[in-house]
Design a protein around this ligand. Structure first.
Ligand code: HEM
Ligand code: HEM
Length: 226
């Protein structure tokens, strides 16, 4: 009898308190973590902060190398290297976060070739950014003087030892890969604009507001997006 009375009270008030607490907890977790239809806050913040830092590093790197030679050039290179170490560290953190979270599925009507292209280009962005920064780091250790001093606070351990020929080779590859990265970002940016202005789906918006991207994502589509 008592059980029936309780059950009836519950059905009047909707979700029982225990379940409500669980639902809030799940919702809060989903806001931080990715779901199969939306990017969580951690992924979105990492995307935009690192996106701005990487584009800034490309522009700054170009500027510091192309400004007329001057005595304090080395200081600008040190600042570039110091920000580069942080970018590298955060890219690794982001990669780990991405690997322990689901990747939101693309809209259900996305053709297979576009799913594959998105997947390849996202992984290429990760890989090439990490490669560019690592080549910069390798150049630093091989160069004399190195760029190990982190804003005057401590020394970043170096992965190479002084060697003029190696320093030149790492520098050349660092710069070449920086331009490969620029090309990948240009393609990525064009794809985002295409989603926003032409296809008019929520792919761009969900990277900004974190709201779920689409209805009707199939399990197959979800698996493809990962
Ligand atoms: C994702 C991170 C990075 C990006 C996007 C980037 C990009 C660039 C670019 C665009 C240039 C100049 C290219 C040109 O001459 O046109 C450059 C030069 C340079 N970078 Fe980076 N870089 C990054 C990380 C690093 C790191 C971590 C270091 C060192 C620890 C570093 C050290 C250098 C140095 C020393 C130069 C000047 C090389 C020279 O003497 O010509 N970079 N970088
Ligand atoms: C230039 C402005 C940029 C715009 C408008 C933009 C837009 C977007 C959008 C809309 C997505 C979500 C795709 C989806 O939901 O499937 C995304 C994902 C992604 N973007 Fe960008 N992006 C920009 C810059 C960059 C830069 C500079 C990088 C450099 C590494 C980058 C790397 C990534 C990666 C790796 C992903 C996959 C999601 C993740 O793991 O974070 N983006 N971008």
């Amino acid at each position: 009898m008592i059980q029936i009375a309780l059950a009836t009270a519950e059905s009047y008030q909707g979700t029982p308190p225990d379940r409500q607490a669980e639902t809030f907890q799940e919702a809060a977790q989903n806001m931080i973590r990715n779901t199969t239809s939306g990017w969580g806050s951690v992924s979105r913040w990492l995307h935009w902060i690192l996106g701005a830092a990487i584009v800034g590093m490309l522009a700054y790197g170009w500027w510091m190398n192309h400004m007329p030679a001057r005595a304090d050039r080395v200081i600008y290179r040190s600042i570039h290297a110091d920000i580069g170490y942080v970018v590298l560290l955060l890219m690794v953190v982001r990669l780990i976060w991405r690997s322990v979270n689901p990747a939101p599925a693309l809209p259900a009507d996305t053709p297979r070739w576009q799913r594959i292209a998105a997947r390849i280009s996202h992984w290429a962005l990760y890989l090439v950014t990490i490669l560019v920064a690592t080549l910069g780091w390798a150049h630093s250790g091989a160069h004399k003087p190195d760029y190990a001093d982190w804003f005057g606070l401590f020394r970043v351990p170096q992965i190479t030892s002084p060697d003029k020929a190696a320093a030149d080779a790492f520098e050349e590859r660092h710069i070449f890969m920086a331009y490969v990265l620029l090309a990948l970002i240009a393609i990525h940016f064009a794809a985002a604009l295409w989603h926003y202005f032409i296809k008019r789906d929520r792919v761009m918006a969900r990277m900004i507001d974190g709201e779920p991207g689409q209805e009707g994502a199939t399990p197959a589509a979800t698996a493809d997006a990962a």
